[in-house]
Ligand binder design. Structure first.
Ligand code: 5AD
Ligand code: SF4
Length: 467
């Protein structure tokens, strides 16, 4: 397959397949077929699944959350840790019984885990009831694959990873109306030594600014109030592109769009995070006061082996600058505990960084070896049990920080996007511009609106009243 084939540029060719699937599926199942999309992993996958659903609707399928009601079931998988993969095998295995009852249903596995050759081989051999395995860069050709299978082709295994252009024009069926994901780039070039992502999502490539702006405009026009820009490393947006727009420039452009909405983004890599970006967050009124800046380890020795290209000092400089410039900044981070060769002394550096920065929340992971990454071949003498102890220690430290800091949010006034019902009757819930969740008395008709809330008490949950 050539790069030109991969660049579907618009959805025209697939759309023709979608029309054929519509007719074929109706004939085969004798009724409108239903599709179930099961998503694992990160927001990028959630966003990809919204495109899978868009294509399925375009093919005439209705959508269901119940696998047993579906004629097409697709698992959009994650490979970042072993645990994520085990869950997928469990779920895929459960379709065996469904398939026995109705051999005409189609079962597919796609996403990051599916991209791994060893996984595709295992499915080929041990999961004969799986009809197709699709890699991350061919998912937009779903209509073609379903068409082929419905018209009698053998099982389909397509792991083409061309690092080609980004398919645009794929229909999207968004999960929510007032909060939405907007991918701005795909893939990753960083090759952190623990991470599988560059191998399963391919090289970094950015969407064209006009595609992103157009999608943002569509989202705003359909009532979206909270747009999260997505990429493995948003700070390197536009690198090497002729248009010369970097991530800060893109943020400014989206900030200028008409409408009352908020912009979030993730994930930032400390190596490419600049003062310019922090100034942009400070200056753009629609950009929320939240920075997700994974540091992974507080030990310079480990950061080097992880291939992270920054040290503790540079990280702290960035964070301190961000705290100075952005009032009410919510800082979140990712941390890996028990990287191969990490000692308790190294881990204590992580603890001390957590204590020094006082993050709003942490996403913490015990290191999980990923076949094919450099770290998986490194000596890893510390036992899982010992790593578990360190992990608990880290959680305890963060709990104490949260207990100390969360009550400080009482007595403040925040603009909150009401996005859920509260934990008590008569209460609604929403998020401020950072990551704080606040509950307040209100009715369901507030869902999707901004309200101004003064916080009054904290007892595990932050509560206040609309003013
Ligand atoms: N083991 C544990 N955690 C990992 N992450 C990425 N790869 C691994 C791994 N092999 C974590 C990192 C990353 C987050 C999305 O997942 O902290 O930022
Ligand atoms: Fe997302 Fe990474 Fe998991 Fe892929 S492997 S779904 S990019 S977290």
């Amino acid at each position: 397959m050539t790069k030109a084939d991969f660049n579907t540029d618009n959805y025209a060719e697939q759309s023709a397949y979608a029309d054929r699937v519509k007719t074929l599926a109706l004939k085969k199942y004798g009724k409108q077929p239903a599709a179930c999309v099961v998503t694992f992993g990160c927001q990028q996958n959630v966003s990809d699944s919204e495109r899978l659903k868009g294509m399925l609707v375009n093919m005439g399928y209705s959508l269901t959350d119940k696998e047993e009601e579906a004629q097409f079931i697709i698992f959009n998988t994650c490979a970042v840790r072993e645990h994520a993969e085990d869950r997928v095998y469990g779920n895929v295995g459960a379709t065996k019984a469904l398939k026995r009852k109705n051999p005409d249903i189609i079962v597919a596995v796609c996403g990051c885990m599916a991209q791994r050759q060893s996984v595709a081989d295992k499915i080929k051999q041990s999961y004969p009831y799986v009809d197709m395995v699709l890699g991350t860069q061919v998912q937009h050709r779903l209509p073609e694959f379903i068409y082929r299978r419905l018209s009698g082709s053998g099982r389909i295994f397509d792991l083409t990873l061309e690092n080609g252009e980004i398919p645009e024009g794929v229909p999207i069926k968004r999960d929510g109306t007032f909060k939405g994901w907007l991918p701005i780039m795909y893939g990753c070039n960083n090759f952190c030594t623990y991470c599988i992502v560059p191998y399963v999502r391919g090289r970094e490539r950015s969407r064209a600014p006009e595609q992103i702006i157009n999608e943002a405009k569509q989202m705003i026009a359909s009532g979206c109030k909270d747009i999260t820009l997505l990429g493995q490393n948003v700070n390197s947006y536009g690198k090497g592109e002729e248009h010369g727009l970097n991530f800060s420039g893109l943020l400014r452009k989206i900030n200028e769009l008409d409408g009352d909405f908020r912009i979030r983004f993730m994930t930032s890599h400390p190596r490419d995070c600049t003062k310019e970006l922090i100034d942009t967050v400070r200056d753009c009124e629609k950009v929320s006061s939240h920075l997700h800046l994974p540091f992974q380890s507080g030990s310079d020795r480990i950061l080097k082996i992880m291939n992270r290209h920054y040290d503790r000092k540079r990280y702290l400089e960035l964070v301190n600058y961000a705290k100075e410039q952005i009032p009410d900044l919510a800082l979140t981070t990712d941390i890996i505990v028990g990287f191969p060769g990490e000692t308790y002394e190294d881990f204590k550096e992580t603890l001390s960084l957590v204590k020094e920065v006082e993050f709003s929340s942490l996403f913490t992971f015990i290191y999980s070896p990923r076949e094919g990454t450099p770290a998986a071949a490194m000596d890893d003498p510390v036992s899982r049990e010992e790593k578990g102890k360190w992990f608990s220690e880290l959680l305890k430290v963060q709990e104490e920080i949260a207990e100390k800091n969360e009550p400080k949010l009482v007595g403040k006034t925040y603009r909150v996007l009401c996005d859920a019902v509260g934990s008590e009757d008569g209460y609604m819930s929403g998020r401020n511009s950072g990551t704080a969740v606040i509950e307040f008395p209100g009715e369901k008709d507030l869902l999707g609106s901004f309200v101004t809330v003064k916080t009054e008490e904290y007892s595990g949950v932050l509560k206040g009243k609309i003013i």
